[in-house]
Design a protein around this ligand. Structure first.
Ligand SMILES: [Zn+2]
Length: 201
């Protein structure tokens, strides 16, 4: 889950050896957290060329939908093509694959996503812009805009602008976020559970 930015690395659940009596200062802020959830979700994608994730957040900073790009439910992704180009368009992934934004909206665990924000790794295409608008999402936070000059993205911006959906590029404060499952064993739990310093009389 590399993102472009500074070379600094945040190690989640990492170094607890200092300042154990004060609140952590290097905790993840909300935007980093939501974008990281989108990137983590993208790791579920089977697409060999492009792994994209999306995370929908309501106005209380609660996650209400997560999705990544993949073939529709029940459609065997071993039987559908994953290539980007072929003589026949039916032999490419494009007619079949569901984008992350579509899946995040369809996976919502709330009644609706009106007024929500969506965090996405890539600027949404025009088809996803339609879904975002119709779902009532009001804000798009994207990381990469590498297809900016394509007709799909141009049409997307046109639609989002007309519908009053705001969009802004996410600038991560750190270039990488590392999830280390071993860190829980390295943490000084005796010092952080509140009991370690209790002395017997
Ligand atoms: Zn799309």
């Amino acid at each position: 889950m590399d993102v472009k930015g500074k070379d600094e690395i945040v190690q989640l659940n990492g170094n607890h050896s200092e300042c154990l009596t004060k609140k952590r200062q290097d905790y993840l802020e909300w935007p980093e957290y939501f974008m990281a959830v989108a990137f983590l979700s993208a790791q579920r994608s089977k697409d060999p060329n492009s792994q994209v994730g999306a995370c929908i957040v309501n106005q209380e900073n609660k996650i209400v939908g997560i999705g990544y790009n993949g073939m529709p439910n029940g459609c065997d992704d071993d039987l559908l093509p994953w290539s980007r180009s072929a003589d026949n368009k039916l032999d490419t992934k494009y007619p079949y694959v569901c984008h992350a934004e579509l899946n995040a909206i369809m996976n919502k665990n709330s009644a609706d996503v009106k007024g929500c924000s969506i965090y996405v790794a890539l600027f949404p295409c025009n088809e996803c812009a339609k879904l975002i608008i119709q779902a009532g999402i009001k804000d798009v936070i994207y990381l990469s805009d590498k297809y900016h000059d394509t007709p799909e993205m141009t049409a997307s911006r046109r639609l989002l602008n007309l519908a009053g959906v705001t969009y802004k590029q996410f600038k991560p404060k750190q270039g990488r976020i590392v999830i280390d499952f071993n860190s829980i064993n390295h943490s000084d739990l005796k010092s952080t559970n509140g009991f370690a310093n209790v002395q017997s009389p």
